[in-house]
Design a protein around this ligand. Structure first.
Ligand SMILES: NC(=O)c1ccc[n+]([C@@H]2O[C@H](COP(=O)([O-])OP(=O)(O)OC[C@H]3O[C@@H](n4cnc5c(N)ncnc54)[C@H](OP(=O)(O)O)[C@@H]3O)[C@@H](O)[C@H]2O)c1
Length: 339
């Protein structure tokens, strides 16, 4: 029986169309999911626009993040059972350990088919059970944004109680970084372009806030707030226009966790400042499955609730993309797939 998916065969959101697809029954080592909800990441908007990789093979079903109910399993599958609620992992072959090219180039939502579909047949190794206390919509936000924040703070951090963390803006990754850093016992400063959003991050637990539009040279302010020599870890999502301020905020020996490039992807690098302060600039690419499972245990133990800004119906998927692009959101934008 055919089901529905969204796909584009030419770059540009105007080419994102609903199509009918026949999803195969699961073969050995595979599971079939009835997709319940998906979430959007900034990367998905770049992917559809052709700005992530203009050579990405098309057609493509977008979105790396989705949660589904297992409706069938193929021979040999023991990790999950029919009825389990699972999330697809971002890089399904990367189970644990250091990244290897062969493991991290196969990522969901490009080049692998994404989750914006009513049904998906996936390798069982590339799914993870999600915390029971979360709604489908909340659980759908975990695979990319939450795990990226977790990898930055824990797997490659590490952040512990009493440390200071700076998070930039109020998008998906940054709000998870705020929530997880608080859960780890850190002090957190959050920045935003909007005073209204800063009120909301305070309510989420931020210890200090700063409007980066009003205070473009926020690096020294953040270092002063942290006390001592500066902030222990910066969750860097701004990229070109924020990196230098992050280097002013960080303490000698601190970590700038390089995650995003919202303001551009190339800038002059102050090499001397990095080496003289022995700063660690740590690139992050989402994370592996074992990290996802460890994060889920923390999310469950602390009953963390992801910040879902808006939920769009499946048929309105292109509107969800437009909304994310508008930058009005606070946290995650979700698409409800199952009726
Ligand atoms: N490396 C990885 O594994 C990985 C994983 C996930 C995401 N990313 C990257 O991380 C970045 C954020 O992704 P996301 O999905 O969280 O995005 P998002 O939800 O769309 O967040 C965007 C928010 O970032 C803030 N922002 C924009 N420009 C900024 C700037 N110059 N300085 C500080 N904040 C700024 C704005 O917050 P305010 O409105 O509050 O100002 C904006 O609403 C993107 O570049 C994405 O590609 C990388």
């Amino acid at each position: 029986m055919s089901t529905r998916a969204f796909s584009f065969d030419t770059f540009g959101l105007e080419h994102l169309r609903m199509i009918d697809v026949e999803e195969p029954d699961p073969g050995p080592g595979q599971v079939k999911l009835r997709v319940l909800a998906c979430s959007l990441n900034y990367r998905d908007t770049l992917m559809v626009a052709g700005q992530y990789d203009p050579r990405m093979p098309l057609p493509l079903v977008p979105l790396s993040d989705g949660v589904g109910e297992v409706v069938a399993i193929g021979p040999g599958v023991e990790r999950v059972a029919v009825g389990d609620r699972v999330a697809a992992t971002f890089a399904p072959r990367w189970i644990a350990g250091p990244p290897e090219r062969a493991l991290i180039r196969h990522t969901r939502g490009g080049p692998l088919p994404g989750m914006l579909a009513e049904e998906r047949t996936l390798d069982a190794e590339g799914v993870v059970k999600v915390p029971a206390h979360l709604s489908d919509e909340e659980a759908a936000t975990l695979p990319c944004a939450a795990l990226t924040a977790w990898s930055s703070l824990v797997t490659e951090g590490p952040v512990c109680a009493g440390m200071s963390v700076l998070v930039q803006g109020t998008g998906g990754v940054s709000l998870f970084a705020l929530q997880l850093a608080k859960l780890l016992g850190a002090r957190v400063m959050a920045t935003s372009s909007s005073d209204e959003k800063l009120e909301r991050v305070r309510a989420l637990g931020a210890d200090a806030v700063l409007n980066y539009r009003e205070t473009p040279a926020w690096g020294r302010e953040a270092a002063k707030w942290a006390g001592g020599d500066g902030v222990d870890l910066v969750v860097e999502v701004g990229g070109a226009k924020t990196f230098e301020e992050s280097l002013k905020a960080i303490r000698p020996g601190g970590v700038v966790s390089l995650i995003g490039n919202l303001s551009g992807s190339s800038a002059p690098v102050p090499l001397t400042r990095i080496l003289m302060s022995q700063v660690r600039v740590q690139g992050i690419l989402v994370g592996h499955r074992v990290g996802f499972e460890a994060m889920n245990r923390a999310v469950e133990a602390h009953e963390l609730r992801p910040v879902v800004d808006r939920v769009f119906p499946f048929e309105a998927a292109p509107e969800a993309f437009r909304y994310l692009q508008s930058g009005e959101h606070f946290g995650k934008v979700v698409i409800r797939v199952a009726r």
